[in-house]
Design a protein around this ligand. Structure first.
Ligand SMILES: NC(=O)c1ccc[n+]([C@@H]2O[C@H](COP(=O)([O-])OP(=O)(O)OC[C@H]3O[C@@H](n4cnc5c(N)ncnc54)[C@H](O)[C@@H]3O)[C@@H](O)[C@H]2O)c1
Length: 253
């Protein structure tokens, strides 16, 4: 088992991709700290892992709040007895034209997706440095961290920012044994995107933008995240791994 005995912390672990990371890591032997704004959902994820015989604990977490983030990392270390991997999956997005986007909405999306990723990564890395050990961080960027899409200005800006902070932290922390990478998924069917799939026209557009002719299931992204987090992939850092079914390679004419 690739993560036997290792402590894996997941923000946004109550739903979607983060939840699948929790499940997949636990099946590989990890002990999991599930953090989410929705504490009930975090506890549900943890309970499902325990029901399969794994070890997991749910925690209330607001990644926009430095105190909450520090408390999460502390609680995870106390409960699991060590720290190895952090996955930053907490995220939100708006759907509104750039002309109508309010400062409040812009700030909210940036606070969760970008500031939240920074705060959690910083708190985790500070603790690793204090312990004198390495670790791995995997961030959730997006194809929209590489390219743009209408009506998602704050989301696109936040995910471009996640690409930036991934490279920056990888550069600054590499010689301390801390690797920092990101995945850039295409459209993944989760509660965040579920309403797209209620519309047959939009579902077809989603099929068409991916070279593979379909969207992703969250477990597929979780596997790519765990690949980046594996100890044996120790020479991969600062990478932005597209998990996008070919979305960003080009347009079919
Ligand atoms: N679904 C996609 O198509 C897709 C594509 C590319 C990237 N992503 C990214 O993957 C990540 C996970 O997305 P998902 O599709 O699984 O979404 P999701 O909505 O299913 O899950 C996101 C989770 O984050 C939690 N969250 C929101 N704000 C939080 C906060 N302040 N503190 C802690 N937790 C908070 C939510 O409660 C939820 O459980 C996000 O960063 C998203 O931007 C998703």
């Amino acid at each position: 088992m690739r993560f036997q005995g290792q402590a894996v912390l997941v923000t946004g672990g109550g739903s979607g991709i983060g939840q699948q990371v929790c499940y997949a890591a636990a099946r590989e032997g990890a002990r999991v700290a599930v953090g989410d704004l929705d504490q009930a959902q975090a506890e549900k994820t943890a309970a499902a892992i325990r029901a399969e015989g794994g070890e997991a604990h749910g925690f209330a977490l607001d990644v926009t709040d430095a105190g909450s983030v520090t408390a999460f990392v502390q609680a995870a270390e106390t409960t699991l007895g060590r720290l190895d991997v952090l996955v930053n999956s907490a995220g939100i997005r708006e759907i509104v034209s750039v002309l109508d986007l309010s400062l409040e909405e812009w700030s909210r999306v940036l606070a969760v997706n970008l500031t939240g990723t920074f705060l959690a990564s910083q708190a985790f890395a500070r603790r690793l440095v204090a312990l004198g050990q390495g670790g791995r961080i995997v961030n959730l960027a997006s194809t929209l961290g590489i390219s743009a899409s209408p009506n998602r200005a704050a989301y696109v800006a936040s995910k471009h920012g996640v690409v930036g902070i991934t490279k920056e932290m990888a550069l600054e922390l590499g010689d301390r044994g801390i690797r920092v990478n990101a995945v850039a998924p295409g459209v993944v069917r989760t509660p965040m995107t579920e309403r797209y799939f209620q519309d047959p026209v939009q579902s077809q557009v989603i099929r068409d933008i991916h070279a593979v002719g379909r969207w992703a299931e969250p477990a597929e992204v979780a596997h790519a995240i765990l690949f980046l987090a594996e100890e044996r992939n120790g020479f991969i850092t600062g990478a932005i791994l597209t998990v996008d079914g070919g979305w960003t390679i080009g347009k079919k004419m």
